[in-house]
Design a protein around this ligand. Structure first.
Ligand code: SAM
Length: 280
């Protein structure tokens, strides 16, 4: 396990992923019954952008730092201002997915997060020590997910945000999700993927469209045109069972982010891989 998210914290992919996460949390909060979020690949939860790995790579300069610089002079959709509110509350650090989720839990809601990396898992545990609404596990998030479903609250979100270090990650992500959906068909699922290897994305989309029994939506933002790239040039998210009209909010938010994140000739693409089947 070489991947450490601290090198990439606050980059353009984190911004898009975390804005989408904020939109999903807004929807979950609209209904009164409690919800649970399961974050299978949590990272360390809080990142110092001014020192250490993030300061070394400076990926945040083309991500959150650019948005923060522009925000005071720009009119932004509420999904982005809500996300920036969460980011601002964690300053001078940048919040990872568990911190963003925790910021939007009500007293009755719960977060369960995993990270397999021993040191990163310990950091995440320390961040939430004594917090009765949060459970942290240092274990394989894919294997743990099976044990966590269906959640007692019967509503909520599964976020799967793997590092894509291993060549079988696409299949593991798709297969684990398909099994999870059979155990908990009404859950909301958000799966992150890198835009780099287009044929791998086609195969991943095709598999989900063919075998997922529930509606599947995707959203991508690229920062370069779609030509051969050796590095990640875009960020993608699959949503299964997206809440009503969240597709519109996501398209609007990514389109508003694009002018700030774009490097040269990027674009936003969204669409349904599978829609709800009409009832007979
Ligand atoms: C992309 S980062 C997660 C970032 C985090 N979700 C966020 O948005 O702030 C992926 C994380 O997964 C962890 N990881 C790698 N393989 C794992 C596995 N099988 N189960 C759980 N965590 C894993 C890595 O240690 C890394 O911290």
């Amino acid at each position: 396990m070489n991947y450490r998210h601290a090198y990439h914290a606050g980059n353009f992919a984190d911004v898009c992923k975390h804005v989408i996460l904020t939109i999903l949390l807004q929807h979950l909060r609209q209904k009164k019954p409690p919800f649970r979020v399961i974050d299978t690949h949590g990272g360390i939860g809080l990142y110092d952008l001014a020192a250490g790995p993030a300061a070394q790579t400076q990926e945040h300069l083309a991500g959150i730092s650019r948005i923060l610089e522009a925000a005071p002079h720009t009119s932004l959709p509420s999904a982005i201002t809500d996300y920036l509110d969460i980011v601002g509350r964690h300053a001078p650090h940048y919040p990872g997915s568990p911190a963003i989720i925790r910021a939007r839990l009500r007293d009755s809601d719960r977060l369960v997060a995993c990270d397999l990396h021993p040191a990163d898992g310990e950091s995440l545990k320390r961040l939430f020590v004594g917090d009765k609404q949060v459970e942290i596990h240092i274990r394989d998030g894919y294997a743990a997910l099976k044990a966590f479903l269906p959640p007692p609250e019967k509503r909520g979100l599964v976020l799967i945000d793997p590092p894509f270090e291993q060549t079988d990650e696409w299949d593991r992500l798709a297969d684990t999700t398909l099994t999870a959906v059979t155990r908990w068909p009404t859950g909301l699922y958000a799966l992150w993927y890198p835009v780099k290897d287009r044929p791998a994305i086609w195969r991943f989309h095709e598999k989900l469209a063919a075998f997922c029994p529930r509606p599947v939506f995707y959203a991508e933002l690229t920062v370069h045109p779609e030509t051969a790239h050796s590095r990640m040039y875009g960020t993608g998210m699959i949503l299964i069972n997206p809440p009503w009209q969240s597709d519109i909010a996501i398209e609007e938010a990514l389109s508003a982010l694009l002018p700030f994140l774009d490097i040269r000739g990027g674009s936003v693409k969204t669409g349904w891989l599978k829609q709800e089947e009409a009832k007979a």
